[in-house]
Design a protein around this ligand. Structure first.
Ligand SMILES: Nc1ncnc2c1ncn2[C@@H]1O[C@H](COP(=O)(O)OP(=O)(O)OP(=O)(O)O)[C@@H](O)[C@H]1O
Length: 371
């Protein structure tokens, strides 16, 4: 079990530390975690892996666990010391799959319910970030699903929490509403300095929002670390999306080709990517996602191709996973940046590829998904 932060000087303010055990019928949750005190942690795992159960324990909605949960050096639960802080005193904001608004209060009343006086100054900023200014006098029953969730997020934030928990907040929304709400949530998490634990079983959603990833499997924490690092791990390929194994790259917008609708992104090394045009201003940092299966390799830089991205790369590692014996999983390094790729075993053999070889990674610009 993880150590309790007994020395307050050693615990990071706001960081969540827990080691809990709970029996739920046949299911046993046994989770040990130490999360960063800022940014977004994606809590990811198959259906029934224990994500919601863990979130309920953190929020204090379930009393039947043993162990401890701390935020910094503040105990929320410590069964050895007989500590259980009730949910309303934990200073944790919770957003569930459904909005759970009070039906007889206007949106404004829902937002200000439970808002401490010192949070009043944040009201305008938060409703602005969530784009709900025009909804304040409406009744919850008249809101769309996406609007109601934005109000629920606003209410959770205005309760002045030290931690925000979100349990699949996009569930049940259609494609366009989902994207819109994801954009609001991403913007919010970038501007509001409160750590967020975000539960989802959608790899793309997690890639868009999370900095840190916790992978749950059968009630246990299988892996915890920075999202981009865990995405590079071959052994987690299956759990992290399988066929959709991807890499996250981050860079700075350095040029727009208006006439062709293309944007140039400088990676953290000497390389540039060309992607579909974005409205991001020059100098803005952008995160892009690229699927392993969208990368092709050539032994020498080809001429006359339609690939807009031709990057000098080194094969840093490779493996053949038992569940996919006819494909080769590769890790490429492009300067300091790591990139996952996947080839058929036949291409690997015919090209005579080996670890340490220099190759050219070919990527069509349309394959990049700006997040
Ligand atoms: N009160 C309970 N009694 C018995 N079993 C329970 C109880 N609560 C949860 N479980 C079981 O614990 C397991 C984990 O459930 P949990 O809802 O935490 O999973 P999850 O990862 O959030 O899944 P999903 O992605 O489907 O929401 C499931 O097998 C569930 O049936």
């Amino acid at each position: 079990m993880a150590n309790r932060p007994s020395d307050p000087n050693k615990s990071t303010p706001g960081s969540l530390t827990l080691a809990v055990k709970q029996q739920l019928g046949q299911f046993q949750l046994a989770a040990t975690l130490d999360l960063p005190g800022s940014g977004v942690t994606g809590l990811f795992g198959a259906s029934g892996s224990g994500k919601t159960s863990l979130l309920r324990l953190i929020a204090g909605l379930d009393k039947s666990a043993e162990g401890h949960i701390y935020i910094g050096d503040r105990a929320l639960l410590d069964t050895q010391r007989g500590v259980f802080i009730p949910p309303h005193r934990r200073r944790i904001g919770v957003v569930f799959q459904e909005a759970r608004l009070f039906p007889h209060y206007q949106v404004r009343g829902n937002l200000t319910y439970g808002m401490p006086r010192h949070a009043t100054s944040r009201f305008d900023e938060i409703i602005g970030l969530l784009g709900i200014e025009a909804l304040l006098e409406r009744m919850p029953g008249t809101l769309s699903g996406g609007e109601a969730r934005r109000v629920a997020i606003g209410r959770a934030l205005l309760s002045d929490p030290q931690l925000l928990l979100m349990d699949e907040p996009l569930t049940g929304l259609d494609g366009a509403r989902k994207e819109e709400l994801l954009r609001y949530i991403t913007r919010l998490t970038q501007q509001v300095d409160i750590p967020v634990v975000y539960v989802s079983h959608d790899p793309e959603e997690i890639s868009a929002i999370a900095d840190h990833l916790v992978l749950m499997n059968k009630g246990q924490v299988q892996a915890s670390g920075s999202l981009s690092t865990l995405l590079q791990r071959f052994d987690l390929t299956h759990q992290l999306g399988g066929f959709d194994a991807a890499s996250l790259l981050e860079g700075e917008v350095v040029a727009h080709e208006e006439a062709y609708g293309l944007t140039h992104l400088a990676l953290d090394c000497d390389h540039q990517l060309v992607l579909p045009g974005t409205s991001a201003p020059l100098g803005r940092r952008l995160r892009v996602r690229i699927l392993a299966r969208d990368i092709a390799l050539a032994l020498t830089p080809p001429t006359n191709t339609s690939y807009r991205n031709q990057l000098n790369a080194t094969i840093s590692d490779f493996t053949i996973l038992p569940e996919a014996p006819y494909t080769v999983e590769l890790r490429l390094s492009i300067g300091t940046v790591a990139l996952r790729a996947r080839l058929t075993r036949k291409s690997w053999d015919e090209m005579g590829l080996k670890q340490g070889m220099q190759v050219t990674a070919l990527i069509r610009s349309v394959s990049f998904n700006a997040l």
